[in-house]
Design a protein around this ligand. Structure first.
Ligand code: SF4
Length: 237
């Protein structure tokens, strides 16, 4: 199906569902807003030839309600040749202001965590499950993550990382389709399609609970081993 077909189908579906709604026949029980949310999932993703192009074309994205409160879409940052992709849950206040991922205090800790295993921030690709800041920094809702997933999938396809690191519970649960707690997931290798995936503590969590940094460091050493690089500590021995 080409894009013209999918737009025509979307228009047909919209008309059909709106007519049913006018007759009081709801496909989804609940408020009419449910219908708008459902229809948003059928909005085609913007056309793009490369990630920069997609990033430019999605600045006006309204596929989910998170567009209402955002200042900037926070697409992602890093080289498409990156071996490792770090995926967090959502932009926070600083990220929303700057339009860049992980630029607040948690981002600074992430940079230090990378350095601890011999990685430079410029070498890795960093993004989030959703590209717009949720109100009061709450976790993204499953339907928001679903609406934003085509953008994440496009990033994964373009970068083709050897390893994905899921930062924190919401990202790990969303990527792995599980409700297991991060304490059970962290440090245990999984797969995302054909790609090795390592859940890690989110740096914001480590700022709140610095006593968990030793576990985080063990997980980072596992990442370094997988990538065949010596951690900064091991390199000094
Ligand atoms: Fe679009 Fe993603 Fe922002 Fe929702 S979170 S409005 S799907 S860019």
């Amino acid at each position: 199906m080409d894009r013209t077909d999918s737009r025509a189908n979307l228009a047909f579906l919209t008309d059909n569902l709106k007519s049913r709604e006018r007759l009081g026949l709801h496909l989804v029980a609940g408020a009419p807003a449910d219908l708008d949310r459902l229809l948003a999932l059928f909005i085609p993703t913007p056309e793009f030839s490369c990630l920069e192009d997609l990033s430019r074309n999605m600045r006006e994205c309204k596929r989910c309600p998170l567009h209402q409160g955002r200042r900037k879409v926070v697409f992602g940052q890093g080289p498409t040749s990156a071996t490792v992709m770090f995926i967090g849950e959502a932009p926070g206040e600083k990220e929303d202001e700057k339009g860049l991922p992980f630029v607040g205090p948690a981002g600074m800790l992430l940079t230090r965590m990378l350095a601890a295993v011999g990685l430079k921030r410029e070498q890795v690709y960093i993004t989030n499950i959703v590209k717009c800041r949720p109100p009061q920094n709450r976790d993204p809702l499953p339907e928001e993550a679903a609406a934003c997933r085509p953008f994440l999938e496009a990033q994964v396809r373009a970068v083709q990382p050897r390893v994905i690191c899921a930062l924190g519970r919401p990202a790990a649960q969303s990527l792995l389709g599980t409700k297991a707690p991060i304490s059970a997931l962290r440090g245990n290798w999984q797969t995302y399609g054909q790609i090795r995936l390592l859940p890690l503590f989110h740096p914001a969590f480590l700022l709140r609970q610095p006593e968990r940094k030793a576990e985080a460091y063990r997980d980072l050493k596992a990442l370094a081993r997988e990538l065949g690089i010596a951690s900064a500590q091991e390199a000094r021995k």
